[in-house]
Design a protein around this ligand. Structure first.
Ligand code: SF4
Length: 151
């Protein structure tokens, strides 16, 4: 890898664009994601930018236990994200269905059955610091050797 590629990868790993999608949550996890944007956690100080355009995203955050109406839609969102990319399951719902995974409910967890999930953040809901940690932990994974992989 050349020095220029090293620099590019280092810069990319400090400019992470995140979008998120709710595939059937109670909104508890979404509130914690929004808390990351507030001054207390100030996610942008780590070079993480949240916006809901998958075409500009590097990392997708998924909340909710996955209602089957999302089958095609979540894949469509995932396909719109350019490589390199990764998805993180936020909260117990996308991991196991949490309190909603019971007889008679219309859910199909875990989300990793539907798109590749690189990291899971358990909790009901998880703390903003845990969400931040998961996003930052994936930056080197997403951007490592990206130039080399493209060759
Ligand atoms: S994990 Fe808990 S807080 Fe998050 S969406 Fe599920 S029920 Fe709500």
């Amino acid at each position: 890898m050349t020095a220029l590629q090293d620099i590019k990868n280092a810069v990319r790993s400090r400019s992470i664009h995140v979008c998120y999608v709710n595939v059937g949550s109670c909104n508890g996890c979404d509130i914690e994601i929004l808390a990351c944007l507030a001054p207390r956690y100030d996610i942008e100080q780590y070079g993480i930018y949240v916006h809901n355009n998958p075409r500009e995203a590097d990392i997708l955050l998924v909340t909710g236990g996955f209602s089957p109406q999302w089958e095609d839609k979540l894949k469509a969102v995932w396909d719109k994200i350019p490589e390199p990319k990764a998805a993180i399951a936020i909260g117990n719902c996308p991991i196991s269905g949490c309190v909603f995974n019971r007889e008679g409910t219309y859910l199909d967890p875990p989300v990793r059955k539907h798109i590749p999930i690189a990291a899971e953040v358990p909790g009901c809901p998880p703390r903003p610091t845990e969400i931040l940690e998961a996003v930052l932990s994936l930056a080197p994974v997403v951007f490592k050797d990206y130039e080399r992989r493209e060759e």
